[in-house]
Design a protein around this ligand. Structure first.
Ligand SMILES: NC(=O)c1ccc[n+]([C@@H]2O[C@H](COP(=O)([O-])OP(=O)(O)OC[C@H]3O[C@@H](n4cnc5c(N)ncnc54)[C@H](O)[C@@H]3O)[C@@H](O)[C@H]2O)c1
Length: 405
């Protein structure tokens, strides 16, 4: 496997259109504030106590299926996880700041999709303590599925502050609110395969070193893992970090290679194909979104309760980290071949040296721990997953962005 050079975890060149980065809830008057909270309050009551199925309508193994999860609604992974939780009968509320790192209209389309299934997405920032505290006052969340982050490896060179804002300050703010909540929720959150950084031993195992990140993004995810340790140790928060490996699929992120390769092949634009030194292959352990969703649900279902109250730990709490990958890295050239076959079009390629801006040459997950502890078993290969992505992409863009999966 050492000859297999990996693709960037977010192998994309992605430019922001606008400089303003974060939407925040702003109060224009106390009347607006009162109206806002009335709507939120009624909305949450409706979501949790009226639209969610009653426990008697749940299947026999419903004991695990009464989660009241506080997720992050309009991101790629968040949308799929929220929808899956709702489908099996859990109560879910989302939160997203709808920033413009990539086209916010895609986030709005995902939000509309979620709202059609009864999931309300609050617009706000995880740095807004007052907002988070209010939400916890209204609903006693049993679990927090934390997927809000500044993603992308290369964008860190353009806007480093956004990584600190969301992945470090925002994460700490969220944990502060969770540690003070009564009861404290169990938290499952997204770390990243990028924490393996410049490691060359493959496949990557949770026991491997994670102290040589290749990007600021990776460094903030690594910091998140250390911060999680601290809040677990001091406050008894139950914390599970999931190291995702290049997640792809319908409703995916336009800054990722599979997505913008599709767009550029269709429009006849040249796509950059990176290779490492000495014509080394760049490869990624592409993981289909449905497999990731099953891993997330497995993590939520096996998460133990937090053990603190009133900001104090009563006894040791669960602290876990898992790789969620596909265990079969695919060279980026093969990704392009598959897309060409599915789109029935030839790509215009420009072979380039892998830039030193945060991308690593390969990723490859060892998933035996997640297999054992979460029952995680990915089943979708890249060909099958891309077929579903391309079908969605074509429908989404031909239906004026209204297509559902
Ligand atoms: N998709 C992948 O391949 C991949 C790989 C490794 C790790 N991850 C991690 O998984 C998580 C989900 O990734 P994704 O692909 O769904 O990304 P995404 O960008 O689609 O979703 C993240 C969402 O968080 C929101 N957000 C960002 N900062 C926020 C803030 N301060 N307050 C509120 N909302 C905020 C964004 O608007 C976005 O909708 C992220 O933590 C990401 O770093 C993803």
């Amino acid at each position: 496997m050492s000859s297999m050079n990996d693709i960037p975890s977010t192998p994309g060149k992605f430019k922001m259109d606008k400089s303003s980065h974060f939407h925040r809830v702003r109060w224009h008057s106390s009347y607006t504030k009162l109206t806002f909270w009335s709507i939120i309050f009624l909305g949450l009551i409706f979501v949790f106590f009226i639209r969610s199925p009653s426990s008697s309508s749940l299947p026999a193994d419903s004991s695990r299926r009464s989660l009241r999860t506080y997720g992050w609604g309009a991101g790629f992974v968040g949308t799929h996880v929220s929808a899956a939780l709702k489908r099996r009968g859990d109560g879910v509320v989302g939160l997203d700041n709808f920033n413009d790192y990539y086209d916010p209209s895609l986030k709005r389309a995902r939000q509309a999709l979620l709202e059609r299934t009864g999931i309300y997405v609050v617009e706000g920032d995880i740095n807004d303590s007052a907002l988070l505290r209010k939400l916890f006052e209204v609903v006693a969340f049993t679990h927090v599925m934390h997927l809000a982050a500044q993603a992308g490896v290369r964008y860190a060179m353009e806007n480093p502050g956004s990584y600190v804002h969301s992945n470090i300050a925002g994460f700490v703010n969220l944990l502060e609110v969770c540690k003070s909540a009564n009861p404290q929720p169990a938290i499952v959150w997204a770390s990243s395969s990028s924490v393996y950084g410049l490691n060359t031993k493959v496949p990557f195992s949770e026991r491997d070193r994670t102290d040589q990140p290749a990007s600021l993004y990776a460094a903030t995810k690594k910091a998140g893992e250390e911060i999680a340790h601290t809040y677990n140790h001091i406050y008894g928060l139950s914390l599970t970090g999931l190291r995702f490996f290049t997640v792809y699929g319908p409703w995916g992120r336009p800054d990722m290679a599979y997505f913008f390769f599709t767009r550029d092949i269709l429009s006849g634009k040249t796509i950059p194909i990176f290779e490492a030194a000495n014509h080394g292959t760049v490869a990624r352990d592409f993981t289909y979104i449905d497999d990731i969703v099953r891993g997330c649900l497995g993590a939520l279902d096996t998460a133990e309760k937090s053990t603190g109250s009133g900001g104090k730990k009563k006894r040791p709490a669960q602290l876990r980290v898992f790789n969620l990958g596909n265990t079969s890295p695919v060279p980026v050239a093969e990704l392009v071949n598959i897309l060409e076959r599915l789109l029935k079009m030839k790509a215009k390629k420009n072979i380039m040296k892998l830039p030193r801006n945060g991308d690593v040459q390969f990723t490859h997950a060892n998933i035996s721990l997640a297999q054992r502890e979460l029952g995680y078993r990915p089943t979708t290969d890249l060909q099958a997953g891309l077929k579903k992505f391309v079908r969605w992409y074509l429908r989404y863009h031909s239906d004026g962005q209204k297509a559902a999966e």
